[in-house]
Write a protein that binds this ligand. Structure first.
Ligand code: SUD
Ligand code: ADP
Length: 285
């Protein structure tokens, strides 16, 4: 039996601005998103019966229709009239409900993989548009790389890779719901907004210090207030010498950008003192 493998990397938001709340309940955003090399892995294999079966080595995620990879398989099957079944094994490495788009990336990987397994010959644009039906971050996860995401996050413009660096991820032991965070955001009362042109300039000049200065995420106004432990992790990373520090997405994961390898071990060890889940990864360029 043919087996298809797909990697589903985590994303971080180098910049996340919210412009306004829309009538459909979503928020109009401007985000610079990029992938890091912490990834889930999906293994897909045809089943002799017309059924979607999902398994994982972890017990704390749903394996039924609530799972975004399951939803992706169901959507592509129904839309293209595929009368074949699939067994998907999900090797989960990305922390869940962390602001790292783990579920969205799994859905994107399932779309890419099933397109190959079932020889559907769908274009990248078609896969992205299917992805948009599953979640705002899924089109970016289908495409990967670095992008400016606008609309509710589904409209993508490619952006050059940021200068390569180390990324230290620290996830406090709390789960944050994206819907909750957007729900509590007072989009009209935001006092400051991160500057998108500044971040785009920093990337196009490949200036690591400028990228660090241009980091910004308006969702911190909600999550940092409600979860002091996230602010503590930010402060700790700054104290330990990370060059740039920001919460990713709706949180609670905080990432630190570090250019010099010799600083990484000190920051990692310092964080491990009070946060169990710390990862040292690279940006995917
Ligand atoms: C905040 C971000 C930043 O990348 O990521 P995460 O923190 O979830 O990783 C995204 O905007 C999350 O995208 P995603 O997780 O795909 O969101 P969706 O499933 O589409 O929406 C979940 C809920 O979030 C709210 N939502 C989402 C996107 C958006 N632009 N405005 C919103 O108000 C809506 O209430 C929606 O019901
Ligand atoms: N494949 C999946 N991996 C992880 N969580 C999933 C998946 N499919 C659905 N979920 C559900 O989606 C929610 C958000 O998960 P996740 O995508 O990891 O968060 P975030 O969008 O903050 O990065 C969780 O509550 C989880 O139960």
């Amino acid at each position: 039996m043919t087996k298809i493998y797909e990697k589903a990397p985590a994303k971080i938001n180098l910049l996340l601005d919210v412009l306004r709340k829309r009538e459909d309940g979503f928020h109009e955003v401007q985000m610079i998103m990029t992938m890091v090399d912490l990834a889930d892995r999906l293994e897909m294999e045809e089943l002799p019966r017309d059924q979607i079966v999902l398994s994982s080595q972890v017990g704390f995620i749903p394996l039924d229709e609530k799972n975004l990879a399951f939803q992706a398989a169901k959507l592509i099957k129904e839309r293209y009239g595929v009368k074949r079944g699939v067994y998907i094994h999900l090797d989960k490495q990305i922390p869940v409900a962390a602001g790292l788009a783990g579920g969205s990336s799994d859905a994107a990987a399932a779309l890419r993989g099933l397109n190959r397994l079932w020889n559907l010959s769908l274009s990248g644009a078609e896969l992205e548009s299917l992805g948009a039906e599953l979640g705002s971050d899924v089109p970016f996860c289908v495409r990967g790389g670095t992008a400016l995401a606008t609309g509710r996050g589904e409209k993508l413009t490619p952006v050059q890779s940021p200068p390569q660096c180390w990324v230290i991820l620290a996830k406090p032991p709390i789960n944050v719901s994206t819907a909750d965070v957007y729900g509590k955001l007072r989009a009209n009362e935001l006092k400051t907004h991160p500057s998108l042109p500044r971040m785009l300039d920093a990337i196009s000049n490949q200036s690591f210090p400028e990228v660090c200065k241009a980091l910004g995420n308006v969702l911190e106004t909600v999550t940092l207030d409600r979860h002091p432990e996230v602010r503590q992790i930010k402060d700790c990373m700054e104290r330990l010498g990370a060059d740039g520090v920001l919460m990713s997405g709706s949180g609670p994961t905080v990432f630190g950008l570090v250019s010099k390898e010799m600083k990484v071990a000190k920051i990692y060890n310092g964080l491990r003192g009070f946060c169990k889940e710390v990862y040292v990864v690279r940006m995917l360029t």
